[in-house]
Design a protein around this ligand. Structure first.
Ligand code: SF4
Length: 705
């Protein structure tokens, strides 16, 4: 058969890069960037090529696997659904609906089928014990969207195609290609800003890959971002440097005054003392930000999954709004996507309607913080979780206190995992249902077009056909739902509901047609490189979903949050270093570490330490160091570098493989240690209950052996 060229969007991360794939005899033989792609213009990262490796990975599961007397056995799909449904219904009948918990990992929003078809199944479980990766990642952005703009997905995106000053705090977009900001090819965007006379400033405890390309990098003590933002916003308000511009009609001026009063105790001197950034540097930063033709502040994981992360994202929005850099070209802007999941009337914010059973953490948007899972499984009592379902996630490696979660999962009565690997989490399963994945599935990035730096729409057909006998994720969720409803109806002596079959394409087509741009799937299919829907345009007030179609600049949750700002210096003496994470280009959170193409070269799971700290502790390059937090210790090789500030160390997250019972071909030299074994699950953002995974107090020692 002749070689065919297929165009597809990479769904491994948020960046939505267009791929040009050569396919011969239903086998992908090469992958390169699609230069005609309307969003990515040919950019790809090394992970894209590894899509072939995932497709052909001998570790990958393709058929349902059931654990019988401790051994894995392949079973039919029908047998698997029947078994799962009987167990889930049986446990709920005996212990209540909340006895079943469900955790959804990040790839749930990277896979179109799971995005569109898992919600019906999840809702049918009627459990309040729903969890996801959101609460160890970007929840603070959604909380600000909910309370300030009326919808969790009203998350403003930095207009980096036009800005003159991009201030990046706690983010590394050169490696992520945007995060909560779909921006394939960030390195070009940085250069473009510089070439048009603009400036890029990075504030981070580590001189990241982005910081190396920026015009200025400023070290900040881990976990102190709140004092920086509070000091800056307070200074703007108290020195009359506020310019609401065209936003005067959508903001109550009384709220501006109220914030001014509430932030009065926070000064630039206090910011300098807490952050370690000299007052003169902060003043210069404010001057540049307020006098630039356009400017935008973007905060990411180092800010959102850290102490006071929720307050930080409220303050970042305030900073952009009060300086006239909101809903304006070059500032923070809302997108205008073809599938607009925000296109619904306002509703009361879904926050803290219930709390987790043991830790009392607040629900957000129907989900509880993942830091609650382990205790809610392990602690006996009414409402205890007895069964877990996980979908596309490896929480043992990606949620704080992974060891406790490991223990908790091993104590469950039943565990069902929808996943393609037998990994550190799914090894605890009784049943694994592996979906077709990657090149075998069509794609439309519903969530990420919503966060993109340019409005585009693109649907891609699958590049290769899936293997006979395997199932797509949307088939698994539909068929599981049907089996569950049937078993539940039988247990309750009722008739099973009629199954509602709708295809993936029909569902997507409906979403396209009901969105403001009124596209159709048929139209999208005519454009294999995507449709360019134009640069961002001012969207206020029409995009706001608040009751009065105004921005709520000072929601009560932040007013209350300011009264309970956490200082977190209690363990500084016992644990004198602060640990932060780091994202890596050739890694994808907790997976892809078994793919040879990405793992070539030296071990990348190392601890970064400043030369001054290394010298004081007699730590040499490559030496094994014991890192201990309040909850655990690991041994890891030191990498001595001036790229990390004194007093901080950095360990990448998602590693820690080579555990008994997994089937992941990871070289021992590249197994790494788990950041989340050290991350303390009691460290939480006080407003939201989100896990603190940056600024974890640790101590270092050199083992004698
Ligand atoms: S940046 Fe993300 S979307 Fe682009 S090729 Fe890499 S993994 Fe795929």
């Amino acid at each position: 058969m002749a070689v065919q060229t297929k165009y597809r969007t990479c769904n491994l991360c948020e960046a939505l890069c267009g791929l040009e794939i050569q396919v011969e005899n239903n086998k992908a033989i090469s992958i390169k960037g699609d230069k005609q792609d309307v969003l990515s213009h040919g950019h790809i990262c090394p992970k894209a090529v590894a899509l072939i490796d995932i497709h052909e990975d001998p570790d990958r599961l393709k058929h349902p696997m059931q654990k019988k007397e401790g051994k894995w056995e392949q079973v039919s799909w029908e047998e698997a659904y029947e078994y799962a449904a009987a167990k889930l219904v049986g446990i709920q009948q005996a212990h209540g609906a909340n006895a079943v918990g469900i955790y959804q990992g990040n790839p749930s929003v990277h896979n179109l089928g799971t995005t569109l078809f898992s919600p019906d199944f999840v809702r049918s479980l009627k459990t309040t014990n729903r969890f996801s990766a959101t609460s160890v990642d970007q929840l603070a952005h959604h909380l600000a969207g909910t309370y300030m703009f009326g919808h969790p997905l009203l998350v403003p995106v930095p207009d980096i195609n036009r800005t003159k000053l991009w201030l990046i705090v706690g983010g590394n977009p050169l490696v992520s290609n945007g995060s909560m900001m779909t921006a394939p090819g960030v390195h070009h965007k940085l250069k473009d800003i510089q070439q048009r006379g603009g400036k890029v400033i990075v504030i981070d405890p580590r001189k990241t890959e982005t910081a190396h390309k920026a015009d200025q990098h400023i070290f900040i003590k881990p976990g102190t971002d709140f004092w920086l933002f509070a000091g800056i916003v307070s200074h703007l308000l108290h020195t009359d440097q506020v310019d609401l511009g065209h936003l005067t009609d959508v903001i109550e001026s009384a709220q501006v005054d109220k914030i001014k009063g509430a932030l009065a105790p926070f000064s630039l001197n206090m910011a300098a003392e807490k952050t370690g950034i000299p007052v003169s540097v902060i003043k210069e930063l404010i001057h540049e930000f307020t006098t630039a033709e356009s400017a935008v502040c973007y905060g990411r994981l180092g800010v959102s999954a850290a102490h006071n992360g929720s307050l930080c994202h409220w303050l970042i929005n305030c900073m952009n709004i009060l300086t006239g850099n909101f809903d304006q070209a070059g500032g923070a802007m809302f997108t205008n996507p073809a599938v607009d999941v925000r296109a619904r009337k306002s509703r009361a914010p879904k926050f803290a309607r219930w709390h987790s059973r043991v830790k009392g953490l607040p629900e957000f948007n129907g989900e509880l913080p993942s830091a609650a899972i382990a205790d809610d499984i392990l602690e006996p009592g009414e409402g205890q979780i007895k069964a877990m379902i996980t979908s596309c996630g490896n929480p043992v490696l990606s949620v704080p206190n992974g060891k406790k979660l490991d223990e908790a999962f091993s104590s469950l009565d039943f565990m069902l995992c929808i996943d393609i690997y037998l990994n550190e989490t799914t090894k605890h399963a009784d049943l694994i249902l592996p979906p077709a994945t990657g090149l075998e599935t069509p794609h439309y990035g519903i969530a990420f077009h919503n966060l993109a730096i340019h409005n585009t729409a693109k649907y891609s057909e699958a590049a290769v056909e899936k293997e006979a006998g395997t199932k797509y994720d949307w088939e698994i969720f539909s068929e599981l739902l049907e089996a569950y409803q049937k078993a539940k109806a039988a247990a309750e002596g009722e008739a099973a509901p009629e199954s509602q079959s709708i295809s993936l394409e029909d569902k997507l087509d409906m979403l396209l047609r009901f969105s403001p741009q009124q596209l159709s799937l048929e139209e999208l299919k005519k454009h294999e490189h995507g449709i360019d829907l134009g640069a961002h345009i001012p969207m206020l007030p029409q995009v706001l979903k608040t009751d009065d179609q105004k921005i709520d600049l000072f929601p009560t949750i932040y007013e209350e949050g300011l009264k309970a700002v956490s200082t977190h210096d209690e363990s500084e003496e016992a644990h004198p270093f602060m640990m932060i994470g780091r994202r890596q280009l050739r890694s994808n959170n907790s997976w892809m570490h078994n793919l040879g193409r990405l793992m070539r070269g030296r071990d990348r799971c190392t601890m970064l330490i400043h030369p001054q700290d290394a010298e004081s502790l007699s730590i040499a390059e490559g030496q094994m160091v014991q890192v201990s937090s309040k909850i655990a210790s690991v041994r890891i090789a030191a990498e001595v570098t001036e790229d990390i500030m004194p007093g901080a160390i950095s360990i990448p997250h998602g590693w820690g493989h080579h555990r008994k019972g997994t089937k992941m071909s990871v070289a021992e030299s590249h197994a790494g240690v788990s950041f989340n074994d050290l991350a303390d699950d009691s460290l939480l953002d006080t407003v939201s209950g989100v896990s603190v995974i940056n600024a974890i107090p640790v101590q270092l020692s050199v083992p004698a052996d």
